[in-house]
Design a protein around this ligand. Structure first.
Ligand code: PHE
Ligand code: ZN
Length: 873
């Protein structure tokens, strides 16, 4: 717990390090309760006379020597955040050796060296290495690493660290030792070790450059079979990076370890990735299709960091999106290339609109490159990751694939082994392509989502058609300058033909579109026979809010004539959103009569259901109505009850109207849904399960009970269980009990049913959650469990979280405070559920502010204190 008054760290204050570390030798004597760490650092001073200051937290210093001489008490000073070595003053270089003691089993923050089950693990990003030993803990200090691990062989048979394995030997006293060497200059946030009883699946491959590489995926215990799918994903990722980006792997071994206790998704440590077990362990008995897809994408993400993050790392943490935005872009492309590009884009845009737009409009909004922070852990956000990826995608759209690839090659070549900035990234692309794209940097320096207002006019006498595009600053950044926006559009004639691009415009042409740079652009067409149908921001080429009133029948027609799958889905979502907003009492331009609009929506969905050629997974995406967060993002004042009710009512009415068609297609796809993990079988399941969610609103749970009785895979079982529990249908309770009992000793599957209970869309789901937190399933030190129960309620259950009596707010606030003493990052993330508070109704705001009040006078971590300070009091 730390003082909240410490000044923020500012980007403007960046200075290169006075002292850097070129080589590190670490020796660990590993034990659960107390481990000893000896560090020998080769230090170099680049600023003669500068004080040698090392970071270090919660370290018990046992010994310290400089250039072979033990230091006296007056030669150094230790305080709460580190160590100052007075004796090094005036030296140009020196060797510092320290020996410290740390306490892994007591480390519930899961930062630094900690225990998970019978394993010892590390997590160092962003600033966890200073909890392992004294070091210059900043990413622009890159060293070569030698790591020696020593431990009891019986308790810790496997000893892994980053890099290549050099030697292994027996120490004779029941202990053994392994030595690892990472020759690539690497910052300390990428250091890792893992020790304990682990099994692995393994594959030897040859890289495109001829290198022999051993791929291993490890898990605690004796059975590594559930790692098989992840191992395949590692190989696919490696091959994809070779072919799409020309990037080869650079060590003889790539190790991945699955951990039951892990705060984030996974971590790209050099040569030794450590993963949250939920992104590794999977077989058809225990994992859903979504789990498999998530595993492949996260495995890809961490693997791709080996170049975008590790070989080229960050100058400072303000550049975080340089590695994260770029690597998310790369993992999105990986999934798009391997599966369906349209479906991937739909999923990504759904997340962006529902969550990142809300973050960017809420109390916790921040720049993609923040100007300051108090706790960097608070910046692992959708804005840094997803908006950051959108900016890279815009660059890609602007340059086209070939030029973008040339820019990437240049970026990797110019910055290999270095710590880079966003400026370096755009400079490399500009230099390689001759196109100055440094104006993209403006996207990193402006919070909020830009709005593009579109005005259209058609003159029947001349056939002239005009679109005026006006970029408006985000509501929360009223004085913002226009940003460069790659823009794609299509116009369709009455007969469904696509019309040529505009005859005149004042924007720059880019591959397949235009680059908008000014506050206003005008596009003109001539000689059209009739008013065309415009489809704008095709493929969602820019992360903006497009505002153009459209009639319901126009949106419905896009679904028929458009070839771009994303644009078809988007048109239906917009129509549904308009209907929902109108039903919730909002005024919606261009919608007209709301019953007629709903009829148009219903007819469009009906046509999709009747179209046996339509891709089942695409239809499933269309069946999913805009979620609560998307609705909340679209209104000025959020009345949670009204929005949730509008959604429920529309769902009920559409389900009633299409019950037969849904049931027919559910039955028709039964056999296809029984296939394995190929895309066709997954698509069939995703349709059936989306349809089931609708049907269970009107059939008393009959379809869900049938699926439950006959479910083959975990995907089917979860879909049936969710439908039963959420509808409180007959058979729900026994199904839950049987399921819970069958998987009582499987933590990841237990998390799944707990999340289903916590997301039942009803106010009294809070009572169920309170019972869970008071019972045997509650493990507050396990981040997955906390997220499954409390996170699901706070983030995915508006009916319970926004209860009228404020009990949902009070519950979450109390949990944040209690969890802060255990794992501040987990607590701070939960607090994010309050980010939308400024736009809630007066009553909701008052209740939430009152719920947060007790926390304001408590002792809090820097993580929670920083976020709480940004929420209205
Ligand atoms: N760098 C990790 C990733 O995005 C995320 C992470 C951050 C993990 C901080 C742990 C701690 O892949
Ligand atoms: Zn990442």
């Amino acid at each position: 717990m730390s003082d909240t008054a410490s000044p923020p760290i500012r980007l403007a204050d960046y200075c290169p390090p006075a002292w850097t570390i070129t080589d590190v030798a670490l020796v660990f004597d590993l034990e659960r309760e107390s481990s000893a760490v000896e560090a020998t650092l080769a230090l170099r001073c680049d600023d003669p006379g500068a004080t040698l200051r090392l970071d270090g937290e919660d370290l018990e210093l046992l010994a310290i020597e400089l250039d072979g001489r033990a230091l006296a008490a007056e030669d150094f000073a230790q305080d709460g955040s580190g160590l100052t070595v007075h004796a090094a003053r005036g030296l140009a270089a020196c060797t510092l050796r320290t020996r410290v003691r740390v306490h892994p089993a007591a480390n519930t923050r899961l930062e630094g060296l900690y225990t998970s089950g019978s394993l010892l693990l590390t997590q160092c990003e962003a600033e966890g290495f200073r909890r392992i030993t004294f070091f210059v803990d900043r990413p622009d200090v890159q060293a070569r690493w030698r790591t020696t691990l020593r431990a009891e062989r019986a308790q810790y048979p496997v000893l892994l660290a980053g890099g290549d394995r050099m030697a292994e030997c027996d120490l004779g006293d029941g202990r053994h030792e392994a030595e690892w060497h990472n020759p690539h200059p690497t910052p300390c946030y990428l250091f890792a070790l893992a020790a304990g009883p682990m099994a692995r699946v393994s594959k030897a491959i040859t890289g495109a450059d001829g290198r022999a590489i051993e791929l291993n995926v490890w898990v605690e215990g004796e059975d590594a079979e559930p790692c098989r799918y992840a191992l395949g994903a590692v190989e696919r990722a490696l091959r994809w990076d070779e072919s799409r980006f020309g990037r080869c792997y650079d060590l003889g071994v790539f190790n991945v370890v699955a951990a039951q206790d892990f705060t984030m998704g996974a971590m790209e440590n050099k040569g030794l990735n450590i993963f949250n077990a939920r992104y590794i362990l999977a077989d058809e008995r225990t994992a859903t299709d979504a789990d498999f897809m998530g595993i492949e994408s996260v495995v890809g993400h961490e693997y791709f960091h080996n170049w975008s993050g590790n070989r080229v790392t960050l100058r400072d943490w303000f550049q975080l999106s340089l590695k994260e935005g770029l690597t998310v872009f790369r993992d999105q492309e990986f999934t798009a290339d391997l599966h369906s590009r349209d479906l991937k884009r739909i999923d990504d845009v759904r997340l962006l609109r529902a969550r990142q737009f809300a973050e960017d409009a809420g109390a916790l909004a921040h720049l993609v490159r923040p100007a300051e922070y108090r706790e960097i852990n608070n910046f692992y956000t959708l804005t840094i990751y997803e908006k950051g990826a959108e900016i890279v995608r815009m660059l890609h759209s602007r340059l086209g694939e070939a030029a973008f690839r040339a820019g990437m090659d240049r970026y990797f070549a110019d910055n290999d082994g270095r710590s880079a900035t966003l400026e370096d990234f755009y400079a490399a692309h500009s230099a390689a392509t001759g196109i100055d794209c440094t104006d993209m940097l403006a996207w990193y320096a402006q919070a909020g989502t830009p709005v593009l207002d579109v005005e259209r006019s058609f003159d029947p006498s001349t056939g002239g058609y005009t679109l005026v595009l006006r970029q408006r600053p985000p509501a929360n950044v009223p004085d913002a300058a226009p940003l460069p926006i790659p823009f794609r559009l299509a116009l369709y004639a009455a007969d469904g033909r696509a019309l040529p691009p505009p005859d005149a415009h004042d924007a720059d042409p880019i591959p397949g579109g235009l680059l908008l740079r000014h506050a206003t652009h005008t596009l003109r067409w001539q000689g059209l026979d009739a008013e065309p149908l415009p489809v704008l921001n095709r493929g969602f080429a820019a992360p903006i809010r497009l505002r153009m009133p459209m009639r319901p029948e126009e949106r419905a027609r896009i679904v028929q004539v458009e070839s771009d799958g994303f644009a078809r889905w988007d048109a239906l979502q917009h129509l549904a959103l308009d209907v929902l907003l109108a039903r919730a009492g909002e005024s919606v331009d261009g919608l007209g009569d709301v019953d007629a609009a709903e009829a148009a929506l219903s007819a469009a969905l009906g046509a999709l259901l009747a179209d046996t050629q339509a891709h089942p997974a695409f239809v499933a995406e269309c069946l999913a109505l805009p979620d609560f967060d998307t609705l909340a993002d679209a209104v000025a004042v959020v009345d949670p009850g009204a929005l949730a009710a509008a959604r429920e009512r529309l769902g009920l009415s559409l389900a009633t109207a299409h019950r037969e068609a849904l049931q027919q297609r559910v039955d028709a796809l039964r056999a296809a849904a029984r296939g394995g993990l190929d895309d066709a079988a997954m698509a069939a399941r995703s349709f059936r399960h989306a349809a089931l969610a609708w049907l269970s609103r009107v059939d008393g749970g009959a379809a869900a009970r049938r699926l439950w009785a006959d479910a083959g895979s975990m995907t089917e079982r979860m879909a049936a269980l969710r439908a039963l529990l959420h509808a409180k249908a007959e058979g729900a309770a026994p199904a839950r009990e049987a399921f819970a009992a069958e998987f009582a000793d499987h933590a990841l599957v237990t998390d799944k049913w707990l999340a289903v209970v916590a997301t039942r869309p009803a106010a009294d789901a809070l009572d169920d959650v309170e019972a869970l937190v008071a019972g045997p399933y509650w493990h507050p030190t396990n981040p997955n469990r906390v997220r499954a129960i409390v996170g699901s309620l706070a983030r995915l259950n508006p009916a319970a979280f926004h209860r009228d009596d404020g009990a949902g707010y009070r519950f979450v606030a109390a949990q944040v405070q209690a969890l802060d003493a255990i794992n501040p990052q987990v607590a701070a993330r939960l607090l994010g559920a309050f980010e939308g508070l400024p736009r809630w109704t007066v009553a909701a705001r008052g209740a939430a502010i009152a719920a947060l009040a007790p926390m304001r006078s408590a002792a809090l971590s820097r993580d929670v204190a920083e976020l709480l300070g940004r929420l209205p009091a």
